[in-house]
Design a protein around this ligand. Structure first.
Ligand SMILES: O=P(O)(O)OC[C@H]1O[C@H](OP(=O)(O)OP(=O)(O)O)[C@H](O)[C@@H]1O
Ligand SMILES: O=c1cc[nH]c(=O)[nH]1
Length: 179
């Protein structure tokens, strides 16, 4: 197994600030906007963006929720392992709100397809956008594309993009793992 650095911690920081600025351009004071981190790893990114927006760009407080998609996946019956769901925490009405799904990696698009189903239980947003840190190009199984992307990456099937977060792994970084 080998590992190549795709983004250093410093590059991740620069990209997060660029994404935060793109969000401000589109959502201005976020009064009608909700960030939704896709569990588990999109939550780190969503929390980080919220912190940058509020603390560094002085936006008003931004609503943030967590969405677990485990039982909304189309393949959840295909595994013999017991499934472990994460927490869904959406303490607000999404009806007529602008929802931004946030995840670390976009690959086949199946996780986001599941998120689109899962969010329906909380109402009908006026619009749903997608922000990802890494967009694995040419890998989609479904017609799903990001509205905001940190970096596009070309990777082949025996490769995996791994995003590390300092909250979880001790350091930010994006790696290409070849098995
Ligand atoms: O576009 P897709 O093909 O759905 O891939 C993207 C998903 O893959 C990763 O999660 P993964 O399914 O590896 O599991 P994890 O969330 O438990 O890390 C990642 O965090 C995305 O949610
Ligand atoms: O490369 C990939 C593909 C799916 N999910 C990841 O986290 N990385």
């Amino acid at each position: 197994m080998s590992q190549k650095v795709l983004l250093t911690a410093q590059e991740v920081t620069i990209i997060l600030h660029r994404l935060a600025c793109q969000l401000i351009e589109k959502h201005s004071d976020f009064s009608n906007t909700i960030l939704v981190g896709i569990q588990p790893r999109g939550v780190f990114l969503a929390e980080r963006l919220k912190r940058i927006l509020e603390q560094e760009y002085k936006t008003p407080a931004i609503a943030l929720g967590y969405l677990d998609i485990t039982f909304f996946r189309d393949d959840f019956r295909r595994t013999d392992k017991p499934l472990e769901a994460n927490k869904t925490k959406i303490n607000f009405i999404v009806e007529n709100k602008k929802v931004i799904f946030i995840d670390d990696v976009l690959y086949t698009g199946r996780s986001i397809r599941s998120a689109l189903t899962a969010i329906q239980s909380f109402g009908r947003p006026s619009v749903i956008e997608l922000l990802v840190l890494v967009d694995r190009r040419f890998s989609r199984h479904l017609p799903i594309q990001p509205d905001y992307r940190g970096r596009q990456v070309d990777a082949i099937n025996n490769e995996k993009v791994k995003v590390s977060w300092k909250e979880q792994e001790g350091e930010d970084g994006v790696y290409l793992i070849t098995s």
